[in-house]
Design a protein around this ligand. Structure first.
Ligand code: ME8
Length: 644
């Protein structure tokens, strides 16, 4: 029989600017993409999930300059940050594209050249209101003041009219083709209301688009005319084709292009629903199936954004709850077209009610009863009663409903339906009172059926939750004694009667922490953990760093400081000079652990007297849970060597 190839599903997120670290809003889009990718994989698709970073342009140049960094150094830092956040959130992307990578840059230049050759890009001159402070042309819709000038909305300075040579994209030529395309593909922009916005914008008339800059150096040079760099949006949008093999893997590109869905926030709808399809038409590529413009997470009714400084750091929640509660909350709280207001109160309340109570307790109770009444082994169930049958048939209906909800990007509705079912299973246990059945030996077969039914319902439910809460679903399957993780079962194969009688379930463990709202809010008000507080990081310049004289020191002698539990006094050789320092490391080290060791000491720190003992420097150590951990050099590193 001929092997049928799987249908392709290609989902993308915006590539995020590297001017700052990602916040809950960026996590939101990325989690939606991850949920869809995971669901489609279960559902028998070949999936490609692309995300990445948008690293060129003036915004990045400026953010880097403010931190005394080269743009690429800032980008490198933010990419690390992004990748570690995506890892901590369980994001299963297939490729992380950086717009500074060579094959992207070459792909963009090639596409630019192609449009230039076709005449869709032409050189002309642009006249506009220019802000010298921001080095930027003002948007056309910035209004004229009473004296006929324009004020830069970013810095408040008066702009001047400037004429600049630039390359234009012939956007005006695509007005009619775009309108025809929208009419033929009413599902291209979703949700529906957003399509109306797009159509009326295009109907209002499209002007050619300036797509190069001479004022921005940090960008991809125009092929053959390097005084011009390519406008960041032409550069960035093309990531969707360069990330999938355009110009470097034709087979991959052929398999996954056109994209199934570009997930974006509604802030960048025009770029994706007007400019991008126009570029694609000009490049003669087929157009994506759908651009989904989701709503915004607001805080105190204002859009969470880096520039407003009202962003929420996902790590505050991940540290306490792990990734799944945040994934669940963001997916459950709002339909993805709508805006939502994020509050830690709302988050904690929902997680306590839905996850700790409804789901967590159901799993815990069921496993505990299987352990107490059947020694942890899933019992052979007696024939079903009417109520048992309903739990099974309701599951079959739920499985179908959830399938269509996930397929229609209605993730919140999938979760709502799943929770109705969890409620029904909890009620089924309450009605059948297995704890009473357990007291009567004659009713043991009935007890077996009730607990089997609960275990089967939990297994099925956690499978349906897998796209949203992959780590928890895997944990639940493992606790039930399933030999394979959930993602090895396809959606079509999933059946209620999956668990095998005789399967050894594990001892219940708490799945979701129940967190006291007041305690959490008090904790959240404290400054974030140093390791994950990039948002608040105070940068120092290299010159400031250079002022620190860090040296390898050889510990000649170490002894406790009388009457001070934590302190050890060290005599150290810093390369021909002996110093005395005092260090708060006695809780982790005995003096004899330190004698003879090579450590790092800052030697030009102003001397201080600690508990009556002079300290002429300070050793460096990591501090974990208030305990010091000192890095030691190998014995051959000479005392006095500089550390830099
Ligand atoms: O626009 N609520 O990058 P960006 C929901 N580099 N989603 C939010 C959000 C919020 N409060 N804030 C941000 C860019 N987002 C360009 C994209 S693509 C070719 C280039 C999400 O770092 C949402 O997806 O400003 C939004 O569209 C995106 O982050 C903007 O990220």
């Amino acid at each position: 029989m001929e092997k049928k190839s799987k249908p392709a599903f290609y989902v993308t997120t915006p590539i995020y600017y590297v001017n700052d670290v990602p916040h809950i809003g960026h996590a939101y889009t990325t989690i939606i993409a991850d949920v869809l990718a995971r669901f489609k994989k279960l559902d028998g698709h070949d999936v490609f999930f692309l995300t990445g970073t948008d690293e060129h342009g003036q915004k990045i140049e400026k953010a880097a300059a403010e931190r005394n960094l080269k743009p690429i150094a800032l980008a490198d830092k933010m990419v690390e940050w992004c990748k570690s956040l995506w890892r901590d959130l369980g994001i299963s992307y297939d490729y992380f594209l950086r717009t500074t990578e060579l094959r992207h840059e070459q792909g963009v230049q090639k596409l630019f050249q192609r449009l230039l050759d076709k005449g869709d890009i032409y050189k002309g001159s642009y006249q506009g209101w220019y802000c010298t402070g921001e080095e930027n042309f003002l948007a056309d819709d910035v209004p004229l003041t009473d004296d006929g000038a324009k004020i830069c909305p970013d810095c408040g300075r008066k702009a001047t009219v400037v004429t600049e040579e630039t390359y234009f994209f012939r956007l005006s030529a695509y007005e009619r083709p775009l309108l025809d395309f929208y009419a033929a593909h009413p599902e291209f922009v979703r949700p529906q209301g957003r399509m109306n916005e797009v159509v009326s914008f295009v109907r209002g008339g499209l002007k050619d688009l300036s797509i190069t800059r001479t004022t921005v150096k940090w960008g991809i040079p125009v092929p053959g005319d390097p005084a011009h760099t390519i406008y960041v949006w032409f550069d960035a949008l093309n990531n969707y084709v360069t990330g999938i093999g355009y110009d470097w893997d034709p087979a991959l590109f052929a398999k996954f292009w056109p994209a199934t869905v570009h997930l974006i926030g509604k802030d960048i709808l025009r770029f994706h629903a007007v400019f991008w399809p126009a570029f694609l038409m000009a490049m003669e590529f087929p157009l994506p199936e759908c651009v989904f413009g989701h709503g915004w997470w607001l805080r105190d009714e204002a859009k969470m954004s880096k520039s407003k400084g009202n962003v929420l750091d996902p790590y505050i929640l991940i540290r306490t709850f792990g990734p799944d509660p945040l994934r669940y909350f963001l997916m459950r709280e709002i339909p993805i077209g709508n805006d939502g207001n994020f509050s830690h109160e709302g988050f904690v309340n929902r997680v306590n009610a839905d996850l700790a109570n409804d789901l967590g307790n159901l799993v815990h109770r069921t496993l505990t009863m299987i352990r107490s009444y059947f020694g942890g082994v899933l019992p052979d169930p007696a024939p079903e009663h009417e109520a048992d049958r309903k739990i099974r048939s309701d599951f079959a209906a739920l499985k179908d409903a959830v399938h269509s909800h996930y397929g229609a990007y209605a993730i919140n509705r999938a979760l709502e339906d799943i929770w109705v079912y969890i409620g029904a299973v909890n009620k089924y246990l309450a009605d059948n009172e297995p704890w009473k059945l357990a007291k009567d030996a004659a009713r043991r077969p009935r007890l077996a059926r009730v607990l089997y039914q609960a275990a089967a319902a939990i297994r099925g439910t956690s499978y349906l939750l897998y796209p949203v809460m992959p780590a928890s679903a895997a944990k639940i399957w493992d606790l039930l004694g399933e030999p394979e993780p959930p993602e090895r079962t396809s959606y079509a194969e999933l059946s209620f009667a999956g668990p095998k009688a005789g399967q050894a379930a594990k001892e219940a463990v708490p799945l979701f922490p129940r967190v006291d709202l007041k305690e959490f809010l008090a904790m959240e008000a404290k400054p974030a953990d140093q390791a994950k507080s990039e948002e608040h990081m105070d940068y120092i310049t290299y010159d400031e760093f250079k002022k620190m004289d860090l040296r390898v020191a050889h510990v000649l002698k170490a002894e406790r400081v009388e009457g001070a539990q934590k302190l050890i006094k060290l005599q150290i050789d810093i390369g021909g000079e002996t110093r005395q320092i005092v260090a708060g490391v006695a809780e982790t080290y005995k003096p004899e652990d330190l004698a003879g060791k090579k450590i790092v000491v800052i030697v030009n720190l102003k001397p201080a007297v600690i508990r009556g003992v002079e300290s002429q420097g300070m050793l460096l150590a990591a501090v974990v849970d208030d305990k010091a951990s000192i890095p030691f050099f190998d014995a051959h590193v000479p005392a006095g060597a500089k550390v830099k």
